[in-house]
Design a protein around this ligand. Sequence first.
Ligand code: NDP
Ligand code: 2IT
Length: 451
Amino acid sequence: MNLRDPKQFTEDFMAYVKAKNPGEPEFHQAVLEVVETLSEFLIKNPRFLQSKILERMVEPERVIQFRVPWMDDGGNIHINRGYRVEMNSAIGPYKGGLRFHPTVNLNIFKFLGFEQVLKNSLTSLPMGGGKGGSDFDPKGKSDNEVMRFCQSFMTELSRHIGPDTDIPAGDIGVGGREIGYMFGQYKRLRNEFSGVLTGKGIGWGGSLIRPEATGYGTVYFAEEMLNTRGDSMKGKTVTISGSGNVAQFAVEKVLDLGGKPVSLSDSSGFIYDPDGIDREKLEYIKLLKNVYRGRIREYAEKYDVSYFEKKRPWGIKCDVALPCATQNEISGEEAETLLNNGCFVVAEGANMPSTYEAEHKFLNARILYAPGKAANAGGVAVSGLEMSQNSIRLSWTREEVDEKLKSIMTNIHSMCVKHGKESSGFVNYVKGANIAGFVKVANAMMAQGLV
Ligand code: NDP
Ligand code: 2IT
């Protein structure tokens, strides 16, 4: 491995990662985006290279894979696959969400786990990183089917997690309902009421503001970036993708700050509302998505706006784009279109929503571009605050938690500026987030011996 030239080091390191982890493109992408921004820093700080910290960080501490059998309402048996990737526990117990989606596999959980380690480090709270879930598809399932699946999933997962070991939470396809069923099952198996999961309901250990935290935090981060240019969210036209947990509360905070959200999407297509999605329409979306579990197309029918089947909203003219659905949902071409249309702020509510090509288009255009591990860290940060409240057996008010969330997002922004500001004054938030997140974990690993 070349330890002198940053470009060559990145190439050598990626050859090593690809040889060890064949057929895992999203994992390779997540590692590449980190290594290429870290290589110069590592060469200047050879102690990390000598200790092979990066080689250790791309190897999960533990990978758990298991069978999840369950029975549907018609008495038919289904077998799904469950996973938990316990990536790194240098600075705290493993922490990160569970994703239920038919497309997931080990590669996806390794990419998400790797991102989570650096993200959690950025929050300044004592949390290691992990991620897990299942190829189970909650869409079209009855509540009873989801409950039986969650109980079966937790029956095995419960052996591997604990409030001081590994604390899962929600992600795509896992919200309050699923966390409830999983928490109930864990409690029965262990005879223990603990903070083993976050995202719990208010009244049984949950934290106020946790449902809002990721979306709110993403918009707080975008506002911080705008402030560096003497600007703000007020009056900005904002495109948003997704219509789940993160997207809904991103819309809410954009409205709070005086911006105009004009799009939302799901895996079937997107809606464009040129008049703006106002609070009343947002309440309808919450009902449609969280209670009726319907499709975003129904919004277009109700409010008589355009619906674009199988398309993504990046062709709409906007100032700010908030991708809040899934990985690789902005292609290089779509990034180009956003830039040509004048978009100058991109804050990632989702994890790795920009392809490698899109990310580089944003960086080359020197816009305000925040990677997911910085912009969407508010969710896991409030999960960390939920853990604190569970430990002290007290709960904080909405205002207290929101203040803490704001100050964590401001602090992450400052760390990105500190480590990512170039001599020209341009802030490379990708570089800043990666270096700031890495240093804390790396130092902890060095201090703990060969772990
Ligand atoms: P939800 O399940 O609540 O919502 C996901 C949304 O994204 C839905 O609208 C869904 O549409 C859409 N979506 C999911 N997969 C795809 C796909 N393959 N193609 C197109 N659209 C898709 O999840 P969240 O809102 O919690 O998560 C959204 C993103 O935010 C994810 O990337 C997640 O990792 C990230 N994130 C979440 C955090 C949290 O606290 N929840 C914290 C930090 C990041 P459909 O209903 O049709 O599937
Ligand atoms: O990607 C993420 O940060 C999450 N899905 C939230 C994780 C958590 O533990 O709250």
